[in-house]
Design a protein around this ligand. Structure first.
Ligand code: GRG
Length: 293
């Protein structure tokens, strides 16, 4: 199976769905809607929505049923990047190969762009179809918990507080379970729920997502050291300069790589109950371990 070309196909489908959901750039206030579109269509990899759609397929569901979940997650992800790049957080000038939202539209509009994308995620997800097992409120609750103070935002706060501190491996894991793994695991779970998956399959996919999320973050940390800003589309080498809590800072590069391999193995193991239907997800797992940007 060609994972890259399937990812590219899903990328296109997600982009056209997002294009339909987001107000046009000409809608008042034009600055806000232009900034939302600028941020969302800046060239992200769309990995989370792709995993959401792939999970739906693995559970026998339709892509169209999973699309509101996929788009809602990408809106949350983009909001988190826009806010993370602000001067009061990571203070970054480059994201997805372009100047960051606040560099183009100013800080006030960038904050409100993130707020609007976060809110829009709930509007989009509220339009998902209920299934036999899952009501719309179950989808909304999953999203709210994963993006909330116990996970995404909690991880970000722990990350801010860990800057220039000595962090333990468990503190490091807490940060990345929240900042990275929560949204990836959510993507798999919502995709499965849109396919009315059995609770056991949802749990298997959630476990896959959590471990894949940790592996993804480790690779991200390694790439921050090894790759150029051009290739990454964001400022490389920033983690070390900012005294960030990263896997290479705690474990060194070699052990970090072996940890990424270990987490990927656990993730792939979790897919066993899904059999051959999860082959694309397995392919994504292998692909992410070898990615170069
Ligand atoms: C502001 C609440 C709040 C949270 C911010 C997303 C985030 C949390 C921080 C950004 C920095 C970082 C290392 C996040 C970990 C997750 C991660 C690796 C994000 C980048 O994901 P990609 O590579 O990005 O999938 P694209 O641009 O391809 O969508």
């Amino acid at each position: 199976m060609n994972v890259k070309s399937r990812l590219a196909t899903l990328h296109k489908k997600v982009d056209s769905a997002l294009d339909r959901w987001l107000p046009s750039a000409g809608t008042k206030p034009k600055t806000l809607h232009s900034a939302m579109r600028y941020s969302v269509f800046a060239g992200g990899k769309r990995l989370r929505p792709a995993m959401c759609l792939a999970a739906a397929e693995a559970c026998g569901g339709r892509l169209s049923a999973a699309m509101p979940s996929a788009c809602a997650i990408e809106c949350i992800h983009t909001y988190s990047l826009v806010h993370d790049d602000l001067p009061c957080m990571d203070d970054d000038d480059l994201r997805r190969g372009r100047p960051t939202t606040h560099k183009v539209f100013g800080e006030g509009v960038a904050v409100l762009t993130g707020d609007a994308l976060l809110t829009m995620a709930f509007e989009i997800l509220s339009r998902t179809e209920p299934t036999e097992r899952y009501e719309v409120k179950d989808f909304l609750k999953e999203l709210a918990i994963s993006a909330g103070s116990l996970q995404l935002i909690g991880g970000q706060v722990a990350d801010l507080e860990a800057e220039n501190q000595k962090v333990t491996p468990s503190a490091l894991e807490f940060i990345h379970l929240g900042k990275t793994a929560a949204m990836i695991s959510l993507s798999l779970r919502l995709g499965a729920m849109s396919a009315n998956a059995r609770p056991a399959d949802c749990r298997a996919l959630a476990k896959f997502g959590t471990h894949l999320g940790l592996a993804f973050q480790i690779i991200d940390d390694i790439l921050d050291i090894m790759q150029t800003s051009e290739r990454l589309g964001k400022s490389a080498g920033k983690d070390v300069a900012a005294g960030k809590a990263t896997y290479p800072a705690v474990f060194g590069l070699e052990k970090s790589r072996s940890e990424a391999v270990r987490y990927t193995k656990i993730a792939l193991q979790a897919l066993k109950p899904l059999g051959g239907k999860a082959d694309f997800l397995r392919g994504i797992g292998d692909y992410l371990l070898e990615r170069e940007f």
